[in-house]
Design a protein around this ligand. Structure first.
Ligand SMILES: Nc1ncnc2c1ncn2[C@@H]1O[C@H](COP(=O)(O)OP(=O)(O)OP(=O)(O)O)[C@@H](O)[C@H]1O
Ligand SMILES: [Mg+2]
Length: 374
């Protein structure tokens, strides 16, 4: 292949990639007084993807959705939907459906009328409205409940009506702001997988705000992590989980514990002093000192100071020097009690300085040339 074809192919790659992008924010800023609610926010969302916008309270998630929707005006930056700059286009004309946390349905209207609301405004033909509402109620699993009023529905059913209403006039982009926040844990779990399936079936590009990581990891094709108005990291759930790039990401994702001085532990060589490290329970294995343990030569000895029964696993808190590590022991691996001596083997840690996170793998795994992933 000569250089000219190579360049041409690369150009085509870029084009393909761009034509696949449905939403793009470029250097978007939004201040409320002196407060930066969006700080140079840029990201892209592929057509048909379901994106989880994840971050702590006040980190700017809702602000991003409102700017995208046209309910808030950005101070600077560009907003593109389907390749078109929409900064000056009104909310009604952006082709967006919304589901909000407490997206109250109209209390005195039936399920049918709630779903038909935007279609009536758009003056759809009556027969067409009936067909569309029935199609949507079928889609969200509520066929037959047309004549109910919102107070005759469960929380989960109400939220499904809100989905049907948001999808009614065939938006090309669906924005969901903590749609399950007011719903109890069990139903919430069911709705998550339901939502993922629904969105992929309908094929609509969606952005879903949550501050619940489990929800984001389970549902999303891509995760965008927000912190103090900035995009901290964006990528596939797997990438965000296993390759945190910043101090914030490595401390926010999973259930990390801080290691005070990594140099006092085995397996990581000489690491810089005065630099923090974090580890997650799934990167630590534990064994009683009388058990056969593959990596005992690269393990640290500690003592169990707390044990919590969590059903399938026992959560052990193991004291090693100045550190207390949280480790999950499978119930099937046998019981370990408070006060017992144990070995722990740490496979992976993240070293963090003010800005960056770096992955360190235990040397025992590197020597054996093993690939050890979670
Ligand atoms: N209209 C407004 N006027 C002043 N400050 C605002 C306004 N809207 C949002 N803010 C501030 O901007 C910051 C980001 O708010 P935003 O609602 O986007 O956060 P969030 O990530 O959605 O938080 P949560 O998870 O609590 O919903 C907050 O500190 C909030 O107080
Ligand atoms: Mg919010």
């Amino acid at each position: 292949m000569n250089a000219a074809t190579l360049i041409k192919e690369n150009i085509n790659d870029v084009k393909d990639e761009d034509s696949n992008i449905y939403v793009e924010l470029k250097n978007v800023n939004k201040n409320f007084g002196d407060f930066k609610a969006s700080d140079n926010v840029s990201f892209k969302v592929k057509k048909g993807h379901l994106v989880g916008l994840l971050g702590p309270s006040g980190s700017g998630k809702t602000t991003i959705l409102r700017i995208l929707a046209g309910l808030e005006t950005a101070d600077s930056g560009d907003i593109f939907i389907n390749g078109k700059r929409v900064n000056k286009i009104s909310a009604q004309k952006r082709g967006i459906g919304f589901v909000f946390q407490n997206y109250a349905l109209f209390r005195y209207q039936t399920v049918f009328d709630n779903v038909a609301f935007s279609l009536k405004i758009e003056k759809w033909d009556k027969k067409k409205i009936r067909e569309r509402v029935h199609y949507l109620l079928n889609l969200v699993g509520l066929a037959g409940l047309e004549d109910r009023y919102p107070n005759q529905l469960s929380g989960g059913q109400r939220q499904r009506v809100a989905f049907a209403r948001a999808l009614a006039n065939e938006p090309q982009l669906l924005l969901l702001d903590e749609p399950f926040a007011a719903i109890d844990a069990k139903v919430r779990q069911e709705l998550r997988s339901w939502l993922r399936e629904l969105i992929h079936n309908v094929g609509i590009t969606s952005i879903f705000v949550t501050h619940d990581q489990d929800e984001a990891f389970e549902v999303a094709d891509q995760i965008i992590l927000t912190n103090h108005g900035k995009i901290e990291q964006s990528g596939s759930p797997y990438d965000i989980y296993i390759n945190p790039q910043t101090a914030f990401t490595s401390k926010f994702i999973g259930h990390p514990t801080l290691i005070k001085n990594l140099n006092t532990l085995r397996g990581f060589g000489k690491t810089p002093d005065n630099i923090e490290a974090v580890v997650r329970p799934e990167f630590i294995s534990v064994a009683r000192t009388d058990e056969k343990f593959q990596y005992s030569a690269s393990s640290d000895k500690g003592v169990v100071v707390d044990a919590y029964f969590r059903g399938a696993v026992i959560e052990l808190h193991v004291k090693v020097g100045d550190n207390i590590f949280v480790v999950n022991r499978q119930l099937a691996e046998g019981r370990i009690d408070v006060g017992e001596s144990v070995y722990i083997f740490i496979s992976r840690v993240y070293l963090v300085n003010a800005l960056k996170a770096q992955t360190y793998i235990n040397e025992a795994l590197k020597q054996k040339n093993e690939v050890y992933i979670i």
